[in-house]
Design a protein around this ligand. Sequence first.
Ligand code: ADP
Length: 342
Amino acid sequence: MNGPLLKVENLTKHYPLGAGFLNKTTPVVRAVENLSFSVEAGETLCIVGESGCGKSTVARLLMRLMDPTGGRVLIDETDIASLKKHALRAFRRRMQMVFQDPFSSLNPRLTAGQIITEPVENFERLSRKQRQALAADLLRKVGMAPEMMHRFPSEMSGGQRQRLGIARALALEPSLIIADEAVSALDVSVQAQILNLLMDLQEQMGIAFVFISHDLGVVEHIGHRVAVMYLGRIVELATREALFATPVHPYTEALIAAAPVPDPTRVRLEAPVEGEVPSPVNPPTGCAFHPRCPLAVERCRIDIPSLTPMSDGRLVACHVRAPAAGVNAQPVVAANSSLAVR
Ligand code: ADP
């Protein structure tokens, strides 16, 4: 297969507000708007943004845990919406998910061994001996002793439980793992261990990751490429090196400027940019970031900027910093002014 492993085209999700069904008059939460990106085999794409910007919705759409309002998700060029029962089962083998809180996603009444072999047993019968060998192998892969297979999740630390969640995701040898805030609930030192484990597994098994996080420190550790989301849209998509060295979108710049140095004694800044995140029910016209952006010009209030390729290959949606060809946008504030950061 030559194309990307995962391709997302104009993915959109609107949730109806209240209990109603979607029709033209129902107010909606515009959780994800027109998202397009791709992920190559063996690559890690991070999706980063503040709480409420639509990251978890993207994860659920990728796993086909719900239907999109518009757009498509393709795995190896197959639209996952077209998959019927049998093909969907096969697809589910290839894509697995690791959650933020393994405690609530792991059945507390099962032992570690039962938890991690269950996905395989949904597909094939295993003898007791095969089950034990598989459990031991998976536990070793995630750096745990095989004897742990007899323990219950409640008898494990947070880091061990997350390793268990990863072992379960590995059981079916997926090509892609969607990790939604997979280390956010862990202490910083345990976070680093789990991130290193994921990177080792990627190298050994060629797994691709879509790694969703609100934490830039985590993203900088693990991402090959990074998509920055703001209010349901990607505003910048770049290699990790380019993004952290020379952020182009004013929102990316403000996020990076406000990111705390990795230090467990420091508290995260809640809102890195001055002003409130607008409501996705009634998003601002034009560029959704314009009410908080010191570089905003008149056009930003009117037109939604599209993701525009820059000379280094990154994509940026900003009328001022990445004007589409032929547009002459004059910033109100000099482009190199420091952004308003708390
Ligand atoms: P994130 O993961 O970045 O915090 P989410 O994808 O959870 O963002 O949410 C994006 C937006 O969609 C938020 O405004 C959230 O309140 C809203 N939302 C999420 N799930 C639902 C739902 N089931 N019904 C209505 N609104 C939802």
